[in-house]
Design a binder for this molecule. Structure first.
Ligand code: HTP
Length: 832
């Protein structure tokens, strides 16, 4: 038993107090739970679905996390550990409760405690809103990184934005995507702690003024600014059973009281209130664009708001611990930029060091270049951010000065190395000059960083050969690869307890923190008894998914069908359309020949389209229209089903990925930087059908070519074919493809909306189709046929499934984070 007295300690002259330790057994949990439920929340009626049960449980758990959190913070504070700040506009955390229970090791105790009250823990989980502060892969990757860093005891702070509206909720109406706001904070977010004491001011607008300081030196000041208050909300990020808790700090925008007062004094009440709204707008909503830039000035404001508040926060922490001395700053700090979204950190750090902390340019630049590291996530041209110089100059005049100066000095360096190469200068300039001048944020990030990485081997190679070639030529050693991963705590242990328990019974539980341990499963891949158990877990997961799907869509799925799944953002390059063409092909085969050698198949597709992405929304409508024809045709009833799963998000994936037999990763080669859904599926024993793209290549290498269904053109094939690509000839030469097009064009399959149909047909038949759907049709259909044959042989299939899980060790973010740490961060894990 812990003592009931609070303990006192000191840190840098400040008195600290800590509440007595809390026990983790069912009795202690129950006592706290009932106190929170009955007293703090003032509730009596208890039932599993009650949001107050959820709240009381979170408070009970949070208390236990806070004790560990404080200890971690103190350990960090008491020594000058090197730290990493992960700057990201997105953290797609999903739900936090299951993860917290597993990390603390109180899952069973909680279950027991609640059982005594007649409450079911699994129902309580459903009360939690997803923290959907991200679009897709990029944001979820950041969340998995945090989980792994905490588990590895690495001092990494996540800095992000506390959007009031996260990713929109998707509803399907008559086959169309409808977007609804997601006010996930409305009932409160019980995990967070507001830390007003760490609020920062972020400035916009204004003008520059030259002043002469006390030493007679001229300095530039940024004055008459419009100031906004950045208020941090901290979310605990627990490591797995290691009493270590990192921080995710999310900033929320508030009007500054000074600003309000000024307006009030001027007697303009309504203006003051309007200004408050204006300020708070900054963190109102997440931009729902995945892999494309919005170009909106509010988005730039969000980026700068996050960056400025976070840098100021870290500098304040530094000076608090070290005084106003920066000679060791670069040794002890590192900022990892998650894509170019926070790239404005480069000139902002320069501004803060030079203007606010009085460093000279060279010293400030030495520091900046040492502490920044940049991760690129995509080669798609539409995702490469540029901001108009005019917009930056009026919104952030002093930051724009810094960019000009960085550029001038950088171009001098280039000119010195390649004298007279004017072409190269304009190619590499941070400012794109043709048309309206714009700042190239990726180049800014590269010039200001010591490390630049891609997210899978192929992607990193293509970056260095293509997009960033000039930069790789000057600074070859700065470029590196860090293949993405996913955390097995969420994506196997928590979401697939049945399989997790079976795995542990065979190979022990070390895989939870050492995923390579799964490789021991491969020796059991042919064991009939183990295969049977493996299949029974998969079947149970498929039943659970079938129940979910039926509740959401009214479509009944037979769990014995092959569950063929493609869930991800809807994007042309991901080729959901190719998937539908295969579905129509199967339909056509079954109708014409009976296709008696093919297993019954359920094709599940899910994902959100950016609200302004017309073609992606067309694809959703088309999928739904094709599905409604096929699903209502009695001739194929027990053979083929197509489901569009609405509102795909983190929690939905937790039900989907344990139940998948087949994982579709069918992007046009060279377009998907990595993919991470592919890894979640593999870990849960799905077999992949995929192109040689992104991390698929590494997945195939890990599991072996025999356990992966490869199809499609390679990056090189695609480059070659592009100039002579003739989809109409491809269709005409392939009888099956011709029949598929006939079903669409002549029989109007999926053609309820004529405009949608026309757009879809035009895309497939377009000889400039960047995604080359028609080029891969035949090879995809053939590979899918091989999938069907393999699935009919249950033993073969189960073996492949086991081997996929067994080979997934490399795709843990624990490995990814170790690589970041070994090559870029160089952090020392904090001792327990
Ligand atoms: C992307 C890519 C995807 C990656 C993911 C995480 C873009 N973030 N932004 N991501 O589309 O392939 O897996 O790196």
């Amino acid at each position: 038993m812990g003592t009931s007295e609070p303990t006192e300690s000191r840190s840098g002259g400040i008195r600290l107090i800590e509440a007595p330790a809390l026990e983790l057994d069912a009795d202690a949990l129950l006592a706290d739970f009932t106190r929170y439920f009955g007293r703090t929340l003032g509730r009596q009626e208890i039932f599993s679905e009650s949001p107050y049960v959820y709240f009381a449980l979170v408070y009970t758990i949070r208390d236990r996390l806070i004790a560990r959190w404080n200890r971690t913070t103190r350990a960090l504070d008491s020594s000058n550990h090197r730290r990493v700040y992960y700057l990201s506009l997105e953290f797609l955390m999903g739900r936090l409760l299951t993860n917290a229970l597993l990390s603390l090791g109180v899952y069973e105790a909680c279950e027991q405690a609640l059982q005594r009250l007649g409450v079911s823990l699994s129902v309580v989980f459903e009360s939690e809103h997803d923290a959907g502060l991200g679009n897709g892969g990029l944001g979820r990757l950041a969340a998995c990184f945090l989980d792994s860093c905490a588990t590895l005891r690495l001092p990494v702070v996540g800095y992000g934005i506390r959007y009031q509206y996260g990713m929109f909720r998707q509803r399907i109406e008559h086959g169309y995507q409808m977007e609804e706001p997601e006010p996930w904070l409305r009932e409160g977010f019980p995990w967070e702690i507001e830390r007003l004491e760490h609020a920062q001011i972020v400035s916009f607008g204004g003008r520059k003024e030259i002043i002469v300081d006390a030493d007679g030196a001229e300095r530039v000041q940024w004055v008459d600014t419009h100031d906004i208050l950045a208020v941090p909300y901290d979310v605990p990020v627990p490591g797995y059973r290691n009493d270590f808790v990192n921080t995710l700090r999310l900033w929320s925008a508030k009007a500054t009281s000074a600003f309000d007062l000024e307006e009030f004094n001027a007697g303009d009440y309504t203006q003051a209130v309007a200004a408050k709204n204006d300020a708070e707008n900054i963190t109102m909503v997440l931009y729902p664009n995945d892999a494309s830039e919005s170009g909106k000035s509010l988005r730039l404001r969000q980026q700068y708001f996050l960056v400025s508040a976070s840098l100021k926060d870290t500098l304040a922490d530094w000076t608090r611990r070290n005084g106003p001395h920066f000679s060791k700053f670069a040794e002890q700090n590192c900022y990892q930029l998650n894509d170019t979204h926070p790239a404005i950190a480069v000139p902002e750090l320069m501004r803060l060091l030079v203007d606010e902390h009085g460093l000279d340019w060279d010293e400030a630049w030495r520091i900046t270049r040492e502490v920044m590291a940049y991760t690129n996530h995509t080669l798609l041209p539409e995702a490469l951010e540029t901001w108009p110089v005019a917009m930056l100059s009026s919104m952030l005049p002093r930051v724009m000065d810094m960019i000009y100066e960085i550029n001038a000095r950088f171009l001098d360096e280039v000119a010195e190395r390649w004298p007279g190469d004017v072409e190269r200068l304009s190619r590499m300039s941070l400012i794109e000059e043709d048309g309206e001048p714009r700042v190239r944020m990726a180049y800014l990030a590269i010039v200001g960083s010591r490390s630049i990485n891609g997210v899978a081997e192929l992607h990193s190679k293509l970056l260095q050969r293509g997009l960033f070639r000039d930069f790789a030529e000057i600074w070859p050693t700065r470029f590196n690869n860090k293949t993405n991963g996913v955390t097995q705590r969420r994506w196997l242990a928590a979401c697939n307890p049945g399989l997790a328990e079976l795995i542990t019974s065979k190979v022990g539980n070390s895989w939870i923190t050492d995923l390579d341990a799964l490789s021991a499963l491969s020796t059991h891949a042919d064991d009939p008894e183990f295969q049977l158990a493996w299949r029974s877990r998969k079947l149970a997961n498929k039943r659970r998914l079938a129940r979910y799907v039926e509740a959401e869509t009214n479509i009944a799925l037979d769990p014995d069908m092959l569950f063929d799944v493609q869930v991800k953002r809807i994007h042309e390059y991901k080729r959901q359309l190719l998937n539908v063409l295969h579905a129509i092909h199967l339909y056509d085969e079954i109708k014409r020949t009976g296709a008696s050698d093919c297993p019954p198949r359920a094709i599940l597709i899910g994902g959100k389209a950016a609200p302004g992405y017309v073609m992606a929304k067309n694809v959703i409508k088309f999928i739904n229209d094709v599905a409604s024809v096929i699903n209502s045709d009695p001739a194929v009833a027990d053979r083929l089903r197509i489901v569009f799963v609405p509102n795909y998000n983190v929690s939905v994936m937790e039900t989907i990925c344990p139940a998948a037999d087949l994982s579709e990763q069918i992007s046009t080669a060279g377009k998907e930087a990595s993919g991470t859904g592919n890894m979640k599926f593999m870990m849960n024993g799905a077999v992949t059908i995929g192109t040689l793209d992104g991390a698929n290549i590494e997945i195939r290498e890990a599991v072996g070519a025999d356990n992966f269904f490869l199809f499609g053109l390679t990056v090189e094939d695609i480059e070659q074919l592009r100039s002579c690509y003739d989809p109409n000839a491809i269709i005409a030469a392939d009888a099956a493809f011709t029949r598929v097009m006939h079903r669409i064009e002549v029989e109007h399959l999926g053609g309820e909306d004529a405009n949608v149909k026309a757009a879809i047909v035009a895309a497939i038949r377009n000889s400039h189709d960047p995604w080359m759907i028609a080029a891969d049709f035949r090879s995809f259909v053939d590979a899918q046929h091989r999938v069907g044959q393999a699935f009919l042989d249950l033993d073969t299939w189960t073996r492949m499934s086991i081997l996929n899980t067994a080979a997934s060790g490399r795709f843990s973010t624990d490995r990814t984070m170790r690589e970041y740490n070994d090559d870029i961060w160089h952090l020392t894990p904090i001792a327990s």
